[in-house]
Write a protein that binds this ligand. Structure first.
Ligand code: UDX
Ligand code: ADP
Length: 477
């Protein structure tokens, strides 16, 4: 029924669809890959010299394959008609309205793609959910597609779940060398054939033993659970960071000691100002919503705690800044180093920097924001959504130069772990600041001792103030 996959189409040219398809084109010269999007301006960017997404190694792969076996197009009907296999890779943001508001993922984009596929397919297609969706979303897609089949017998569809586990900033590395590829499908003979067709695509570069095949619902749920477990680790170590600050323990030392146990492992134990990104919060909330829908309130409450600790950590950090700046930041210039949700990406979705900035703006601090990759327009847009355009206009300035951002500031607040921050000349920065000058390290990347020797007052998440310097009081919490 399904022929060998020669033409792949991806609907959605975002952070997942773009890099994933670039890698498929790169690793499978025999497959033609077309990425489509309803946003024509984004497609133009993918066809230009400046791609809409920054990922190490992405430009090289796109520039080498584009026009050969990798295409970016706005002609969605044509691409769908010609495809053997279609990835759905559109956004599934948390709903901002109606039932499930603030919890459930919004599936309107996924559904609209399913309807477009039903309309233009014209023949057999394997449809693959790449977007992270709630359990049983494949069933809704299947239902829409099966309905189209009723009037058009030559249409045949199989819906697979193939969640993407790439992390931004390391997307190309994760795609080239994934821990696992997960493919879920129907347990019918047609389902098995479709699964095998997708396995064959990945086998071009992923060893077979790393390609896991499961039923559809296990695959959909595994993606939510993987992100929930990762987010939970960060909330766990962040909860402990507060205990460290109050007791004199050091969270990095605790994380190291705990992570040396091979049963626990040493990854994802870095305390921080809280996790951000488009996935963790959305997927944990989606899991919570699922559990509530299933009347599993205890389970829902358990996972909701992960989000509560994350919000608390952001608030706690902002409160610490205010407390240590003598309980007022009104009209004080505060330099914010880093606005992206993590280093090596220009993505700001759900960045903790947005939330900490908002808390400081509520206290009328004047923010001087520097990030090596996030454009000014994006910083202003994100903060405008959280506060008001008038407050942003009055309180926020975005700088291209960190030294200018820090000049005359009362404090520096590190919110993203960009490597370049560790290379700055902090003696020069200290000399240009208002005194006493403070640094709040929300990412544990700076050498606190060296900064204190320069004359900074310092605070880092998860460690008590150094009594030898006796610079901070115990106020704040
Ligand atoms: C995450 C998952 O890692 C990935 O598998 C999934 O496909 C999408 O969601 P991503 O959001 O891109 O990827 O980045 P990730 O590296 O997981 O970081 C998420 C957030 O957690 C960032 O804000 C990061 O700074 C923070 N983090 C991560 C910590 O605070 N401490 C850590 O130890 C690790
Ligand atoms: P992700 O991080 O999941 O990749 P993004 O928001 O970066 O999410 O990208 C999703 C892309 O999907 C956007 O570029 C958006 O324009 C596109 N998209 C959403 N709905 C549709 C649709 N019905 N048809 C085509 N493209 C769509």
């Amino acid at each position: 029924m399904f022929k060998k996959v020669e033409r792949v189409v991806c609907v959605g040219a975002g952070y997942v669809g773009g890099p994933t398809c670039a890698m498929i084109a790169h690793k499978c010269p025999g497959i033609t890959v077309t990425v489509v999007d309803m946003n024509a301006a984004k497609i133009d960017e993918w066809n230009s010299d400046k791609l809409p997404i920054f990922e190490h190694g992405l430009d090289e792969i796109v520039f080498a394959a584009r026009g050969k076996n990798l295409f970016f197009s706005s002609d969605i009907p044509k691409a769908i008609r010609e495809a053997d296999l279609i990835f759905i890779s559109v956004n599934t943001p948390t709903k901002t309205y109606g039932r499930g508001k603030g919890m459930a993922p919004d599936l309107k984009y996924v559904e609209s793609v399913a309807r477009t596929i039903a309309q233009y397919a014209g023949g057999p297609k394997i449809v693959v959910e790449k977007s992270t969706v709630p359990v049983k979303a494949a069933e809704s897609i299947g239902c829409i597609l099966r309905d189209a089949q009723k009037n058009c017998p030559e249409l045949k569809f199989q819906v697979l779940s193939n969640p993407e586990f790439l992390a931004e900033g390391t997307a190309m590395r994760d795609l080239a060398n994934p821990d696992r590829v997960l493919i879920g499908g129907e347990s019918s003979p047609e389902g098995a054939l479709a699964v095998e067709a997708l396995v064959t695509v990945y086998e071009n570069w992923v060893p077979r033993e790393r390609i896991i095949t499961t039923n559809t619902w296990s695959s959909e749920l595994s993606k939510l659970v993987a992100n929930a477990f990762l987010a939970q680790r960060i909330s766990s170590i962040n909860a402990i960071s507060a205990v460290c600050e109050a007791t004199g323990a050091d969270v990095s030392e605790v994380a190291h000691a705990v992570g040396c146990d091979t049963r626990i492992g040493n990854k994802f134990l870095k305390a921080s100002v809280g996790f951000g990104g488009s996935c963790f919060q959305k997927d944990v909330l989606s899991l919570v919503y699922l559990c509530e829908s299933l009347n599993l309130q205890k389970v829902a409450d358990y996972w909701h705690g992960v989000i509560e600790i994350n919000d608390w950590q952001r608030r706690r950090f902002a409160d610490k800044i205010i407390a240590e700046l003598f309980n007022t930041v009104t009209d004080k210039k505060i330099a914010v180093f880093g606005f992206a949700f993590k280093k090596d990406t220009g993505d700001t979705r759900e960045s903790s920097a947005i939330h900490v900035s908002k808390h400081l703006m509520e206290e009328h601090a004047r923010l001087a924001i520097y990030d090596p990759k996030v454009p000014k327009s994006q910083v202003l847009y994100e903060l405008g959504l959280q506060t008001s355009p008038a407050d942003v206009e009055k309180l926020v300035t975005v700088y291209n130069d960190p030294y200018e951002a820090a000049k005359d500031a009362h404090a520096i607040v590190v919110l993203t772990e960009w490597d370049e921050f560790t290379t700055f000349d902090f003696s020069r920065i200290h000399a240009s600041m208002r005194h006493p000058a403070a640094i709040f390290d929300g990412r544990l990347i700076l050498d606190q001792k060296a900064l204190r020797e320069i004359g900074f007052r310092t605070f880092a998440i998860g460690s008590a103030p150094d009594q030898a310097y006796n610079l901070f009081g115990t106020s704040g919490y």
